[in-house]
Design a protein around this ligand. Structure first.
Ligand SMILES: *Cc1c(COP(=O)(O)O)cnc(C)c1O
Ligand SMILES: [Zn+2]
Length: 407
């Protein structure tokens, strides 16, 4: 991979060769993949992209940590739609608002970008089994992408994971363990098993290539906006790998000269579980918190990638905002009704953050904003039904129907 200089520890700066199964630094720090942008620039530009008809995340392969002859694994991940939402822009009082709907990926979340990368790297490295722990979406996306590629999976999720995600895992044939404990405990069990059995490790903050997969969401946003950088990109935050990926993708595009500035990132967490935002807002080190939110995908009390996430917020001159579960429920209904996009709770949390900032008068008016929807609402129908209620029931009787709707 001669377009990569090395992998560099975000804590101590030590560098490593980019082996396909590299994990963390000796010091425990997370590695960042450092690219040779000057050389990439000579063969990657708007014209090259315009000619490319690959409708997946792999259209940015010059900026991805794969060998030149690597064949990406089969599912169609990426190139999710970017919708302009005029009504929401008006309500928020901003110039333009776009919804990046990553819930339309093959297993219905943004995690497919990381899992497709993980499966591709596992095959490059010659593994036949891949494992991870996850709040649910990383797991179901890994199981799906691995099923397509013919790899075996061992997967650990907290037993609180919503039924939709469990159903996906069982269907994709994962060796699934539902851990009776927190996400922290789930992670620890997966780590012990992976260490013992030597499977390929898809734990996002351990494997440096995963946020490299996730970053393609930002590449796409830039390309879909014809390389006019938005002013803000809003995203929900759990472990911190997604926001780190969003920043990295924007940084890539800036460094190869395709956008002229890096948008400010809005980091949105649940009020009941916001260790990363708390650290940035108070200017202190992060501390573990309880996992008190129904937005299961971001109920992460001990974030696995706090350093990269905090750097992403700081380096982009970002904004932190925390939202309550009620604000998330409200955003879920609002987004579905006004944009036709049904996100899972953590999937709409970014939009909930924008609604809150707008209410507090903290969103500058003359701005273009992209809100990323990270997961599909059908993953968790129980909580959706709880917030919208049951439908109106009616027999085969027109008069009863008219009465019930007041027609
Ligand atoms: C994983 C996930 C997030 C947050 O990503 P992190 O890398 O954990 O910060 C947000 N929304 C959804 C739907 C997710 O699955
Ligand atoms: Zn280090």
């Amino acid at each position: 991979m001669n377009h990569i200089i090395h992998c560099k520890c975000v804590k101590c700066g030590r560098t490593y060769a980019p082996a396909a199964d590299i994990t963390i630094c000796e010091c425990g720090g997370i590695l960042d993949v450092i690219y040779d942008y000057e050389s990439i620039k000579t063969r990657f530009n708007k014209e090259v992209l315009a000619r490319r008809d690959d409708p997946t995340m792999w259209r940015y392969r010059e900026l991805l940590p794969i060998e030149e002859d690597t064949v990406p694994t089969g599912l169609q991940v990426g190139m999710s739609p970017l919708y302009e939402a005029q009504k929401i822009a008006e309500d928020l009082g901003v110039k333009r608002l776009y919804i990046k709907d990553d819930g339309v990926n093959p297993t219905a979340s943004l995690k497919d970008r990381a899992s497709a990368m993980a499966v591709t790297k596992a095959i490059e490295a010659g593994y036949d089994t891949i494992a991870c722990s996850s709040t649910g979406n990383a797991a179901s996306s890994l199981a799906g992408n691995a099923a397509k590629a013919g790899l075996k999976t061992y997967i650990f999720v907290p037993s609180r994971a919503p039924k939709g995600k469990i159903a996906q895992l069982m269907m994709f044939g994962a060796n699934l363990t539902a851990v009776d404990g927190s996400y922290e405990e789930t992670f620890e069990l997966s780590k012990a098993a992976i260490d013992k059995y030597g499977w390929y490790n898809r734990n996002a903050a351990i494997n440096p290539y995963l946020s490299e997969g996730k970053k393609t969401v930002a590449h796409e946003i830039c390309e879909q906006l014809d390389f006019n950088a938005p002013d803000f990109v809003a995203v929900s935050v759990g472990d911190g790998c997604t926001i780190a990926g969003v920043y990295k993708g924007l940084y890539d595009m800036y460094r190869v000269g395709l956008i002229d500035r890096i948008p400010r990132i809005i980091s949105v967490q649940a009020q009941g579980c916001c260790p990363i935002n708390t650290a940035v807002m108070n200017g202190e080190d992060w501390r573990p918190q309880e996992e008190n939110t129904y937005a299961d995908s971001i109920a992460v009390g001990v974030p696995r990638n706090p350093d990269k996430a905090i750097n992403a917020i700081k380096d982009s001159d970002g904004i932190c905002v925390n939202v309550t579960d009620d604000e998330i429920r409200e955003a879920q209904k609002y987004l579905a009704k006004n944009a036709g996009v049904f996100g899972e709770p953590a999937g709409v949390t970014a939009t909930a953050g924008l609604m809150k900032l707008s209410r507090e008068g903290k969103l500058p008016h003359d701005t273009t904003i992209v809100s990323i929807v990270t997961g599909n609402g059908l993953k968790d129908i129980d909580s959706a039904i709880r917030s919208v209620g049951e439908p109106i029931h009616c027999g085969n009787d027109l008069a009863e129907f008219e009465e019930k709707f007041g027609l």
